[in-house]
Design a protein around this ligand. Structure first.
Ligand SMILES: Cc1cc2nc3c(=O)[nH]c(=O)nc-3n(C[C@H](O)[C@H](O)[C@H](O)COP(=O)(O)O)c2cc1C
Length: 158
């Protein structure tokens, strides 16, 4: 990919540490190797909740994210995703050692979430929101219906 896309193209890998039956100790080893390999510009952790404790026994003495932030990362950036919904949570994740945060549902609620947080560090999203709000944010009717799969995200139809 680097050869074909050139040096300005960001190459990253996403890891879902607690999905697909993966074992945390093994995932940590893979992450450690990737972070120092020079093969990627960033590693992206799909944690589903940046504040959560690990599910796996033997790893529950510190938050899931911390099992990765203490790894030597050289110049590779480490990003985290999961329930980051406010400026305060962005700041907390960065303070806890992430180089950047990724926002999923917060950016569906507000397409300009990063700009809002930059302008007001106390900005926070609220749910549920109406289908009309999501349509204003650019979601198609099909997408709005799909987002009903996330409980408490879209207001119930009256
Ligand atoms: C509508 C939607 C589609 C998603 N699709 C993908 C996907 O294709 N691949 C993936 O790795 N994660 C996907 N995710 C997960 C998000 O990238 C993110 O990790 C997750 O939503 C947690 O972050 P959040 O709490 O900020 O939403 C999706 C999330 C949403 C809400």
């Amino acid at each position: 990919m680097r050869e074909r896309c050139g040096p300005d193209f960001q190459v990253g890998v996403r890891i879902s540490p607690e999905r697909f039956g993966l074992r945390l100790g093994e995932v940590r080893e893979v992450a450690a190797e990737l972070l120092l390999s020079d093969a990627v510009d960033y590693l992206d952790l799909s944690l589903w909740d940046v504040a959560k404790q690990p599910e796996e026994e033997g790893f529950q003495d510190r938050p899931l994210m911390d099992w990765f932030t203490d790894l030597d990362r050289g110049t590779t950036r480490l990003g985290v995703a999961g329930k980051v919904r406010s400026g305060q949570q962005v700041t907390e994740a960065l303070d806890r050692g992430a180089d950047f945060v990724m926002v999923g549902r917060a950016s569906i609620l507000h397409h300009d979430f990063p700009e809002r947080v930059r302008a007001d560090g106390s900005f926070a999203t609220r749910t549920p929101v109406s289908p009309a709000h999501l349509a204003d944010e650019g979601l198609s009717p099909v997408f709005v219906e799909y987002m009903r799969n996330w409980r408490g995200f879209v207001t119930e139809a009256s």
